[in-house]
Design a protein around this ligand. Structure first.
Ligand SMILES: [Zn+2]
Length: 474
């Protein structure tokens, strides 16, 4: 297999496509803008699902499933929401051979259909909170698509919770954005900035939106997860009230939160290199591949026998022995490298004599000689190191490409080169639109970890209390 991955330094956008296709992650679909997720990509999604699902359940949530089709009238009930989503909706007008009485929207998100049901399910404070998540596909008719990052149909999870008080909903929205931060950093090895979106950038129909923002290797930002405090907007639109302890009828408070297959695009652009995919061990569908090396049939038998012996007690999902005899070792090395397997173990006749193996890290290419005794433990130790080192490398890159700026002219010049810019902003939407226009950058978030610091808005010079993070985004 030829290794024709465009270098990042030559054409970053083309590099990304090459890595996705050659890494066997996904393929184009006959329907423009849709995507086929291949086993190597879907295996990563399954691991994302499994790990996140556990974090959701540990924080009290359960899964349910709501229908793909939503009556069109539901979408129009929340004014901001319909304005935000209507242009991207796919609408079913005909089914069963005739025109439908009411047109059906293919869900772009499920707030409306879920809140229509919550109306039936909630009558008293005793029914609250409801903490439901759903794993589903959604459809948003995008004009410009890119594998994993922006596709017309994508897979995601959407949490939809109902609470008795503003404070409970606020706590939930805040908790979930931190679950996303934990997942991004501990599983994806992807450092993120956590913060609040501006009113201009928030979710259509939310009071406010919390988000995690990651930096890709080209310095651009990727919004990787969002958590919305919806206030009582959807409860009012769908007339969902409950009788509180004080016997008063009140509207329910809501949150919603989601991450999607976009995370895989973020993972690729955080870690992969000019040789293809680099997958963090905790998300790798195949953490370890063992490549036996032989020149004669006699050696083949001996080396394969040893390979099977040393992995006898290993979990079959943890490793694979590449015993294909139609390919040379060099071919196999490339084959697994481009697919991002975190650790390759090489085993030849001399290694058998010396009671050792050679373990090669995908992230750094570093070779480690490991003794065959306690091999499973030393392999796990190495995988843990890879996971941590990948996070550290991404964190270093993000820190090095984050700049504090106070001069608007300088900001305009530097914005195109990528990176996060911490600048003062007065809070005025006019200034926000101004630097969008001048630099194609947006306020990614008002970071939680930002310190209060008096300054002057980088655009208009009016007083500002803290810095915001601005960057060009995906
Ligand atoms: Zn300003």
């Amino acid at each position: 297999m030829a290794r024709e991955i465009t270098k990042r330094s030559e054409d970053y956008a083309q590099w990304y496509i090459d890595v996705v296709l050659k890494g066997d992650m996904a393929d184009y679909s006959p329907v423009k803008g849709c995507m086929v997720i291949k086993p190597n990509g879907f295996g990563i999604w399954e691991n994302i699902q499994r790990s996140l699902d556990r974090l959701f359940k540990e924080t009290g949530h359960t899964n349910a499933y709501f229908p793909l089709f939503i009556p069109e009238s539901f979408l129009t009930k929340e004014a901001e929401h319909v304005e935000g989503f209507a242009p991207e909706c796919a609408v079913v007008t005909h089914a069963g051979g005739k025109e439908l009485e009411e047109r059906l929207v293919v869900r772009p998100t499920s707030e409306t259909i879920i809140w229509a049901k919550y109306r039936d399910w909630i009558s008293s404070y005793r029914d609250l909170p409801i903490l439901i998540n759903q794993w589903a596909n959604v459809c948003r008719w995008e004009m410009r698509t890119r594998l994993f990052l922006r596709t017309t149909e994508f897979l995601w999870q959407e949490g939809h919770t109902a609470h008795a008080t503003h404070e409970d909903a606020e706590e939930e929205a805040y908790r979930m954005v931190h679950v996303y931060r934990q997942f991004a950093e501990e599983y994806m090895a992807m450092p993120v900035i956590v913060g609040r979106k501006t009113q201009l950038e928030k979710f259509a129909g939310a009071l406010h939106t919390y988000c995690i923002e990651a930096m890709m290797q080209d310095g651009r930002a990727l919004q990787s997860g969002t958590s919305h405090h919806l206030g009582q907007n959807f409860a009012k639109a769908f007339d969902v009230k409950f009788q509180d302890r004080d016997k008063e009828l009140k509207y329910v408070h809501a949150t919603s939160w989601g991450v999607s297959t976009r995370l895989i695009g973020g993972m690729i652009m955080s870690h992969s290199d000019d040789n293809g995919m680099v997958v963090p061990p905790r998300l790798a569908p195949l953490p370890v591949v063992l490549v036996p090396i032989w020149r004669s049939e006699e050696e083949q038998e001996r080396v394969l026998g040893k390979a099977r012996e040393i992995t006898r007690d290993w979990d079959p999902l943890f490793y694979k022995i590449d015993d294909r005899d139609q390919y040379k070792p060099g071919f196999k090395f490339n084959y697994w490298e481009v697919r991002g397997v975190p650790l390759r173990i090489e085993l030849g006749p001399r290694d058998c004599d010396n009671n050792q193996v050679v373990a090669v890290r995908r992230d750094t290419g570093e070779k480690n000689i490991l003794g065959m005794d306690n091999l499973r433990e030393s392999v796990q130790k190495l995988l843990d190191e890879i996971q941590q080192d990948m996070f550290n490398a991404a964190k270093r890159r993000m820190d090095e490409s984050t700049h504090t700026l106070d001069d608007y002219e300088e900001f305009k010049q530097r914005a195109d080169r990528g990176g996060f810019f911490r600048v003062h902003w007065c809070g005025d939407e006019a200034c926000e639109r101004q630097f969008q226009e001048d630099t194609k950058s947006t306020i990614r978030c008002i970071p939680f970890d930002g310190e209060d610091e008096a300054g002057q808005c980088i655009v208009c010079g009016k007083p500002s209390e803290r810095r915001v993070v601005v960057a060009q985004g995906y």
